[in-house]
Write a protein that binds this ligand. Structure first.
Ligand SMILES: [Fe+2]
Length: 224
């Protein structure tokens, strides 16, 4: 079984697509293969992980919750400090609320606004060195597969040069001016799939009556 071909083409062409109440009776681990090839992460090797709001004081400092708690998460791409961040992200609602939203915007449009030359010269580095080495990471770069890839994270990435500093400042400014799409994962099974190499995303603040919000997240290496 798979989702309609139109859904996956929308993700490829527009960068994201939303599907309301998709197979709400099935666990997320069972529906991932309807969309694409899951990437297993973490010690358990599970492809789907639950995301719940965590208070600042209870969260690990190397996570978004550890920096922002239940406040709004700034716009970012996931695992931007990895050499090869996963291509697609699937978010699926287990327990949702109207008052918490996911924000998403087209990163390639921002690159066009800042100018591709500046973007490709914007070199960044992880906040902390990885395995003792210093890895240089591009804001905008062609991946080996031929697709262009954007990475953005104002918490876990730092400029690696003067050009990097300049590029990050311009990109940040363009991001603040950007129009964002607002997606609400409200009903069980509501599913958002987006291209983590093209789209930048964030989360609204979580008010106290929404603390039980539970969203499953999985990464997909490719779509079917
Ligand atoms: Fe994220």
């Amino acid at each position: 079984m798979g989702v309609e071909v139109g859904f996956l083409s929308e993700v490829r062409e527009r960068g994201f697509a939303f599907l309301g109440e998709y197979c709400p009776e099935l666990p997320t681990s069972d529906v991932l293969s309807h969309f694409g090839v899951p990437v297993a992460l973490g010690a358990t090797g599970a492809a789907a992980h639950e995301l719940r709001p965590i208070q600042l004081s209870e969260a690990s400092p190397n996570t978004y919750s550890g920096n922002f708690g239940v406040g709004p998460f700034p716009m970012h791409t996931d695992l931007a400090h990895w050499r090869m961040p996963p291509r697609y992200i699937l978010l699926r609602c287990a327990i949702g609320f109207e008052d918490v939203t996911t924000l998403i915007t087209d990163g390639f449009a921002l690159i066009r606004k800042m100018g591709e030359v500046h973007a490709t010269r914007t070199i960044m580095k992880p906040r902390r060195p990885i395995a003792g080495g210093l890895q240089l990471l591009h804001l905008f770069q062609k991946a080996r597969c031929g697709s262009w890839r954007i990475r953005w994270d104002e918490i876990f990435l730092r400029p690696a040069s003067e050009a990097g500093q300049y590029g990050m400042e311009i990109f940040q400014r363009k991001l603040l001016e950007a129009e964002t799409e607002v997606v609400c994962l409200k009903n069980r099974g509501d599913t958002l799939v987006f291209d983590n190499w093209k789209m930048i995303h964030g989360r609204s603040a979580v008010p106290p009556h929404c603390y039980t919000r539970t969203i499953d997240r999985a990464y997909l290496g490719e779509l079917f």
